[in-house]
Write a protein that binds this ligand. Structure first.
Ligand SMILES: Cc1cc2nc3c(=O)[nH]c(=O)nc-3n(C[C@H](O)[C@H](O)[C@H](O)COP(=O)(O)OP(=O)(O)OC[C@H]3O[C@@H](n4cnc5c(N)ncnc54)[C@H](O)[C@@H]3O)c2cc1C
Length: 495
């Protein structure tokens, strides 16, 4: 009998691992009900795949490297884009109904992409469609036992190797699972920031535990800010206005109605996300405002962007006639648990995949819609490998790594504001040092795992003195321009 494998996280990455690990038994752990509380379910734009006429994986790879400021692991990038067609086919086989027309998949366009290559489902409700299909499969899969409403609390080690996990169930009772292989698929860290598009559960607990267990981290300073979160006070995650809106013709405007990106980047509104986020940030910090004008899309909003239309209407704004106020918000963590191409961390038996992991594929700035693709492609690869490799026999843990204290709610609010100010789209050394000092001087933060994780992020940002991709330091000279290292592809005009 094969020893079960623990997968923590039921977003696209965790579900892809769990389904692909058959016939090996999988204990699938998630905080919410199947598919709930994941960033995956919120994804709007879609999955990048070079399926259109005149497109190919080499062009997709080139766009990924340009967006990532050349900081990417090139081998992993080439592998990722080569897997896109089979990832889409696999998802379709799991029951995801992607939008199609007579010529095949409908392909949208997003920032940094030289071609139309975003496969989507139900218009801009792609993530919800994918998660619903995969969760339905996982719920009926004979090899998967689901521990929903369970939170990861600790990782057990024996002689430095993973031996199991400790969970807390909904009633707060501790549940122990003995396993020699544990996969972290716990998503990102956006919930540590005051303004974010991420769900509240994207608090970095999985990343924090892995680091406490001694796993090596990579690229922690690279945090992506989405330029067009709806700038309204909703008392939680900010609603996202997908980049695909700009791909379809929406335009960013300043408070005077001028095109905000005009003359600021050759790709204008479809410049890479870090560039657009900085321009929106600068406009607002100079006392101005930023707006997304999607009025040109007219009735296409109802058919192609029902989520965006509903988001506007919920705030009393009709995007067919009115501009939407926008602001940058923490959106995606390029850094994370350092893993190899299979997803193995430096702690034997501890694996990571999806947003919590860093295999270098996104470099210093993720290309839009490459994240769902990463979750499926690397998730399937890791699942298949774990299904076939001979895991060490299970052993009882002789050491437990736990998160320890949570920050009190008022200190957590302070931390979120501190990180939004100091680790935002534009940073400087003084701001980073001030944030570190404030965490150290606040017992509720310095002794809590959130404070320790934030300290790691701030130190990583302080250590990288040059500006690169999403890590922009106002106080040091910019690193070598991407254009000096990777030629921007000579695409035609954006139709
Ligand atoms: C609003 C929004 C729109 C986006 N749009 C796109 C897009 O169009 N295309 C694209 O490619 N990417 C998009 N992204 C990014 C993408 O959705 C995420 O990067 C990706 O879905 C991450 O998948 P994941 O499986 O790694 O993590 P998630 O989907 O976040 O799943 C994490 C899972 O881990 C569980 N978990 C976390 N901590 C614990 C714990 N301590 N114990 C137990 N369980 C835990 C959660 O409950 C959840 O099940 C978007 C992100 C957001 C927020």
């Amino acid at each position: 009998m094969r020893k079960p494998l623990v997968v923590v996280g039921a977003g696209i990455a965790g579900l892809s691992v769990a389904l692909s690990a058959a016939p090996r038994p999988v204990w699938l752990v998630s905080r919410g009900r199947p598919g709930e509380a994941s960033a995956s379910a919120l994804a709007q734009g879609g999955v990048a795949a070079a399926l259109g006429e005149g497109d190919d994986p080499a062009q997709h790879a080139q766009d990924t490297l340009v967006a990532g400021a050349g900081h990417n692991d090139e081998e992993n990038v080439h592998w990722l884009v080569s897997q896109a067609a089979s990832a889409i086919a696999w998802l379709a086989g799991q029951g995801v109904c992607f939008d199609r027309d007579a010529s095949g998949y409908c392909l949208g366009r997003e920032g940094g992409h030289g071609r139309h290559r975003i496969v989507h489902a139900r218009g801009d409700a792609t993530g919800a469609a994918i998660v619903a299909a995969l969760a339905a499969r996982a719920e009926t899969a004979a090899h998967i036992t689901w521990f929903d409403a369970h939170a990861l609390q600790g990782i057990g080690l024996r002689a430095g190797r993973v031996a199991g996990v400790r969970l807390a169930d909904a009633a707060g009772e501790t549940v122990g699972l003995q396993a020699a292989d544990v996969v972290l698929a716990t998503g990102g860290i956006g919930a540590l920031f005051a303004a974010t598009t991420n769900p509240p559960g994207a608090d970095g607990a999985g990343l924090a535990l892995a680091l406490e267990a001694g796993a090596q981290a990579r690229d922690l300073e690279f945090i992506q800010f989405h330029p067009t979160a709806l700038a309204v006070d909703v008392g939680g995650p900010l609603p996202l206005l997908t980049e695909a809106l700009r791909g379809a013709g929406a335009v960013l405007r300043d408070g005077d109605g001028h095109a905000l990106m005009a003359g600021r980047h050759p790709l204008g509104d479809l410049a890479p996300r870090d560039v657009v986020a900085r321009e929106v940030w600068r406009e607002r910090h100079a006392g101005g405002s930023a707006w997304l004008d999607a009025t040109a899309l007219g009735d296409r909003l109802a058919s192609d962007f029902p989520t965006a239309l509903a988001i506007g209407r919920a705030q009393g704004i009709d995007p067919r006639r009115q501009w939407l106020p926008v602001a940058p918000a923490a959106h995606f963590h390029m850094g994370g648990v350092s893993v190899d191409a299979l997803g193995r961390s430096t702690v034997p038996g501890l694996h990571a995949v999806g947003e919590v992991a860093c295999n270098g594929v996104h470099g210093a700035n993720r290309l839009a819609s490459n994240s769902l693709l990463e979750g499926v492609a690397f998730g399937r690869r890791l699942g298949a490998w774990l299904a076939s490799h001979a895991s060490a026999p299970g052993a009882t843990a002789d050491e437990w790594i736990t998160l320890g204290d949570d920050a009190p709610p008022c200190d957590l609010r302070t931390l979120r504001c501190l990180l939004a100010q100091s680790l935002g789209p534009v940073r400087d050394g003084d701001g980073l040092r001030r944030a570190l000092a404030e965490i150290a001087a606040t017992p509720g933060l310095s002794q809590a795992w959130q404070g320790r994780l934030a300290t790691r992020l701030l130190h990583a940002a302080l250590a990288r003195r040059d500006s690169l991709g999403a890590h922009w330091r106002e106080d040091t000279p910019a690193g070598p321009s991407i254009h000096q290292r990777i030629a921007t592809p000579a695409y035609g005009e954006i139709p």
